[in-house]
Design a protein around this ligand. Sequence first.
Ligand SMILES: [Zn+2]
Length: 209
Amino acid sequence: MDDMVKSARPHRERAAKKVPHKPTRAEAEAAVATLLAWAGDDPSREGLRDTPARVAKAYQELFAGYAQDPSDVLDTVFEDVGGYGEMVLVKDIPFYSHCEHHIAPFFGHVHIAYYPAGGVFGLSKFGRLVDIYARRLQTQETMTAQILAALDARLHARGAAVMIEAEHMCMSMRGVRKPGATTVTMQFSGPFKSDPAEQARFLSLVRSK
Ligand SMILES: [Zn+2]
């Protein structure tokens, strides 16, 4: 898991290197029409006529995270918290993402905890941070590592914990076809990483209702 942190470069950097030419809207729509025909349907029939345009527009929203940077949301730290230094846990943050291997949806919840050191973030920022990474082509493991790295880089914290629980449509609808299977990933820093008791506390708080 340590290696994953090191290789968790921002996706935008990685994407920019591999996409020298940003396709035009028309090129994107033509590509969707090609896939519709590849699936076996007639892209020119009435029900599908506007589908390439709708899909291109939906992609702008579903993959909006490429144009966003964690610095955009993790910009304000509140320092006046009365000396609060205990764990902050934001759990059950819902997300929807797409796997980078099949562009199939995967979705579930993210749980984030940290120990503040000199300030806290507004709670809504965590949901926005999750969306920045969820709205890209992802693996669940990469997304876990990226969220933790973003927190470690910008949060003045003694350590953080990120856990993702998700169901992958590429596993439910195709391939092994196992609906209901949940994939759990987690990555830790600071005391969460070095102290098994802190990990156990985080996990029991995540599980408690
Ligand atoms: Zn997949």
